[in-house]
Design a protein around this ligand. Structure first.
Ligand code: HMG
Length: 384
């Protein structure tokens, strides 16, 4: 049975910071971000937009009423949870009005969580071919003011509908994983922002890729030459490019895949790291910005989550996949509100003030269809 991605949607907050402004404010040459990291803008989420509202927005953009009646599992991959117990998937299930007899869960392993969710969705459809699974990757990447990771922050969510006979991409059965118990990026419960061993994390990203890709080649007999494009986890675009360069031994293959890679980072460059969603945002960018792909093409994926777990897998494009996409997405991203450094520092780092009953005071108004409108006695209330 063919199982895979039938629909894919994306949501980002309305605010954007130009990284040239960040560089100037931090006394850094803007080319370090533009050329050194290959990033140009960062999506900035206000306090009223979190992984729940962004996830709901990404999913609402692709789901029909019929989908909502058929979905029986909602999986949210995230590492920027709003609750240690209640899954964001439960809130999103409620906001979207999905039929009640569904399983809703959250999955965590740094930037890898949603890839695990995709595998679980695939197994579920193999068992129940008539059902549909909603997989959402939603994260807000915040490293803190003047931190090393500051230029790689971002916010956004990707939603995917996983079904039998999908209309975008069939997931192949060639997945290989690797687990390494390391501390390259982590966030203890008592910390607001992640702790990062920046340089070590970049080395681990690439070493996990090269060793897992060796294993993948041995296990499947496939090589890079078999693929039309490669999508990688994109903490910042240069990291993905270096990953591709680390495994492409043949010059012609490297040149061809680098052309596709440039198409696959169009959105990531102006959104920033969205952790679990980054690799799927890259897929969306590739599909919506490449004119070189065609049905039947094989796409290779490298998912990496610090800590660390990674996975290499592939998918095959389906005839007519273009019809499921949005060709005006870049235009919409370009219409986001550009904010100044002062606004960025205020908006992105604003905290919710609670009174003695745990109810929010002075939460800003947010007109978006999905937004946090109040915290009421410690319960987060969203606009439906
Ligand atoms: P840094 O020390 O600020 O930067 O840290 P750098 O000195 O390494 O420079 C970066 C690049 O800019 C270098 O290029 C410089 O040469 C270049 P490279 O040599 O690497 O090709 N550069 C310039 N280029 C042009 N003009 C200039 C200029 N100056 C310098 N004037 C670092 C960078 C990535 C470590 C930092 O941003 C950081 O800590 N980021 C967060 C961690 C991260 O993203 N790690 C990536 C791998 S781990 C991962 O992907 C998982 C993650 O997503 C989390 C999860 O799984 O949940 C992070």
């Amino acid at each position: 049975m063919n199982i895979g991605i039938d629909k894919i949607g994306f949501a980002a907050p309305d605010f954007v910071l130009d990284l040239a402004d960040l560089a100037l404010a931090r006394n850094i040459d803007p080319n370090k971000y533009k050329i050194g990291l290959l990033q140009s803008e960062m999506a900035v989420a206000p306090v009223t937009q979190d992984i729940v509202s962004l996830g709901a927005q990404a999913a609402a953009a692709i789901l029909t009423e019929e989908d909502k009646q058929t979905i029986d599992m909602v999986i949210v991959g995230t590492e920027s949870s709003v609750d240690q117990s209640k899954a964001a998937a439960v809130s999103i299930h409620g906001l979207l009005g999905i039929q009640p007899f569904a399983r809703s869960i959250e999955m965590k392993e740094a930037c890898y969580g949603a890839t695990a969710g995709l595998s679980l969705a695939k197994s579920h459809i193999a068992q129940f071919p008539d059902s549909k699974v909603l997989v959402i990757a939603s994260d807000i990447a915040k490293y803190g003011l003047e931190s090393g990771g500051e230029p790689t922050q971002g916010a956004g969510a990707v939603a995917m509908l996983v079904t039998a006979n999908p209309r975008i991409m069939v997931l192949n059965n060639d997945n290989v994983c690797q687990t390494r118990d390391i501390y390259d990026f982590w966030r203890p419960n008592y910390d607001k922002y992640p702790r990062v061993d920046g340089r070590f994390s970049t080395i681990q990203y690439t070493d996990c890729l090269t060793t897992t890709f060796d294993y993948y080649q041995k296990k499947t007999g496939q090589s890079l030459e078999d693929f039309a494009a490669m999508c990688l986890h994109i903490p910042f675009s240069k990291q993905g490019l270096k990953g591709l360069q680390a495994i492409a031994k043949n010059e012609e293959t490297l040149n061809r895949l680098t052309e596709r890679f440039q198409e696959a980072i169009v959105y990531n460059k102006v959104v920033g790291n969205i952790y679990t969603g980054s690799i799927f945002l890259s897929l969306l960018s590739l599909l919506e910005n490449s004119r070189a792909l065609e049905a039947g093409d094989q796409i290779l994926f490298y998912s990496y989550g610090s800590g660390a777990v990674c996975e290499i897998f592939s998918g095959s494009l389906v005839e007519g996949y273009q019809k499921q996409l949005d060709q005006n997405r870049l235009e919409s991203l370009n219409q986001r509100t550009k904010i100044s450094m002062e606004e960025y520092e205020q908006i992105f780092f604003q905290e919710i003030n609670l009174d003695e009953t745990g109810t929010s005071v002075d939460l800003p108004e947010d007109p978006k269809p999905f937004a946090l409108i109040q915290v009421d006695k410690h319960k987060r209330i969203y606009r439906k």
